[in-house]
Design a binder for this molecule. Structure first.
Ligand SMILES: C[S@@+](CC[C@H](N)C(=O)[O-])C[C@H]1O[C@@H](n2cnc3c(N)ncnc32)[C@H](O)[C@@H]1O
Length: 217
């Protein structure tokens, strides 16, 4: 089986996401997702990995801007390389090192500590990262607080199937149940939308599930 260090290396992860068809299946899922942000929306992809989620929405919303954070610098570089590959203007992407345990805090490329304000994002994308937080619920609550009124939260989370649990276990990822996540998100003032991954979203469907929530105005 693939080494757990896969999640430490942006280039290798990128290679496997593409080669195994994961990236394509997530893109197909995102293509049909109804998220109606204004064209100039502000997007956060926290624990961005290779940027699959955030870059998709940068392409969808023509004047949008993306903050991409990750704990590993190599993944931030992979996100920039993918932005370049997708012909996305470099000025639309800001990268920074950030720990999902304190999602408000990040360090810029110049090494300056920065803070995201509450209510500052129209769309927050997460993919298999909450399980790395020291307190998963607290992290999720803080992320929801960073949404503007009417803003969207998308979480393409590890699922609770056998394959989802096996992969999580392999990568030392601490799953949070879908029900628990929904409870926390509702408590923070969001409505939830149903968005199952279907057969056409294989192979991502084997290990991932999705939540879309909208912050009430
Ligand atoms: C499974 S990958 C998911 C990447 C991307 N979100 C996706 O859906 O393809 C997990 C990512 O979380 C990052 N990560 C791990 N621990 C983290 C932490 N404590 N804070 C922020 N990012 C973290 C890893 O570096 C990696 O990029």
């Amino acid at each position: 089986m693939i080494s757990p260090n896969l999640y430490k290396n942006g280039r290798t992860y990128d290679f496997f996401m593409k080669a195994l068809g994961y990236e394509g299946s997530i893109d197909r899922f995102l293509d049909h997702l109804e998220i109606d942000c204004r064209p100039e929306c502000s997007i956060l992809d926290a624990g961005c990995g290779t940027g699959i989620l955030g870059l998709h929405f940068l392409e969808r919303f023509p004047n949008s801007s993306l903050h991409a954070t990750d704990i590993e610098v190599g993944f931030l570089r992979a996100t920039l390389a993918n932005a370049h590959r997708r012909d996305i203007d470099r000025h639309r992407v800001t990268i920074g090192v950030g720990d999902i345990s304190s999602p408000h805090c990040w360090t810029s490329e110049e090494g300056t500590p920065e803070t995201f304000e509450d209510g500052s994002f129209d769309l927050i994308c997460l993919g298999a990262v909450i399980g790395y937080a020291s307190d998963r619920e607290a992290s999720l609550r803080q992320l929801v607080q960073m949404l503007s009124p009417g803003g969207y939260l998308l979480n393409i989370e590890m699922n609770e199937s056998l394959t989802g649990r096996l992969v999580s276990n392999r990568y030392r990822y601490r799953n949070i149940s879908l029900e628990r996540m929904k409870h926390v998100i509702r408590q923070e003032g969001c409505e939830l939308m149903s968005t199952p991954l279907r057969i056409q979203h294989l192979p991502a469907k084997l290990t991932r599930t999705a939540i879309v929530a909208r912050k009430l105005v």
